[in-house]
Design a protein around this ligand. Structure first.
Ligand code: NAP
Length: 267
């Protein structure tokens, strides 16, 4: 069943996995959609299905977001198209090699997609939504910033960037009527693992979430206006305690003098 239109949602990485599932759920909620990825055939098939099922308008944008031309065009559209009310900044890739052994071309492509593209699109959306006093930005991060020791260094660092960007952006946009959310999924069954040469089946099944359950939980967190949503975390108070512990460092993070323990070396 389709409800009245909510405006247009731009979803990057909509051809598979998490982005594909957001497309389905947002169409169900009455959003018109702009579906972005490189694989046009998959986007066209999804678009046809969603138009038929939900009577929403769906645009398909074939774009490689590591390419400045494709990225710039989408960023400009976010900045200027007043019908856009939501950005799901989701497209991302993973890696599974140590930094020393990584192909730096692949490292650069990861940084370009997971960090540079996400930042440019968030900037376009932040500017457009602020000017209109309404809109929302959902950035897909990951739980890996909490456990970087267990993952590829560049992937984990890219997701720490997404979390940090979102936390700062929320403050920058707090008076502008723009909602911001970072979603931190744990292992979720999608193609990203195989694309990065990893086997999701190597994880114990109790650690892997179905993508439908993951996205539904993330959207529930969005509806609850959470800044950070960790779909699997049983107790929200654990995240609040972690945040409080982090903020408690605040008064001592920048002082005129070094700590006493650093004044004895070489004395
Ligand atoms: P996925 O199924 O591999 O989807 C990735 C999407 O990104 C695809 O639609 C892909 O489409 C698109 N994409 C890849 N390179 C692109 C490029 N250069 N330009 C434009 N689009 C590009 O993986 P997923 O798990 O749904 O990942 C979505 C997001 O969730 C990522 O940011 C990922 O880091 C994050 N995440 C995933 C997990 C997990 O366990 N699955 C956990 C935490 C966070 P095309 O190939 O058609 O371009």
């Amino acid at each position: 069943m389709t409800t009245q239109t909510q405006g247009k949602a731009v979803i990057t990485g909509a051809s598979s996995g998490i982005g594909f599932t957001y497309a389905d759920r947002l169409a169900q909620r009455g959003f018109d959609l702009v579906l972005v990825a490189r694989d046009q055939a998959r986007l066209d098939a999804l678009a046809a299905d969603l138009r038929a099922k939900h009577s929403v308008e769906v645009d398909v944008v074939k774009a490689d977001l590591t390419q400045p031309g494709d990225l710039g065009a989408l960023e400009q559209r976010l900045r200027s198209d007043a019908s856009i009310t939501l950005l799901v900044n989701n497209a991302g890739v993973a890696l599974n090699t140590t930094l020393a052994e990584s192909d730096l071309g692949e490292v650069d492509r990861l940084i370009q997609l997971n960090i540079v593209a996400l930042t440019h699109l968030a900037s376009g959306a932040a500017a457009g939504f602020s000017a209109r006093g309404t809109g929302a930005i959902i950035n897909i991060a990951s739980v890996v910033p909490m456990i970087p020791e267990r993952f590829n260094a560049v992937y984990a660092a890219s997701k720490a960037y997404v979390l940090s960007l979102t936390q700062s952006l929320a403050v920058e946009l707090s008076e502008k009527g723009v909602q911001v959310q970072a979603v931190m999924p744990g292992a979720t069954r999608t193609e990203i693992w195989e694309r990065a040469g990893m086997d999701i089946n190597a994880f114990p099944p109790e650690m892997v979430m179905d993508v439908n359950e993951m996205v539904d939980a993330a959207l529930s967190g969005f509806d609850q206006k959470e800044l950070v949503t960790i779909p699997s975390l049983p107790n929200a108070a654990d995240w609040q305690a972690f945040t409080q512990a982090r903020l408690a460092l605040g008064p001592n993070l920048s002082l005129q003098h070094a700590a006493q323990r650093y004044k004895t070396a070489g004395a």
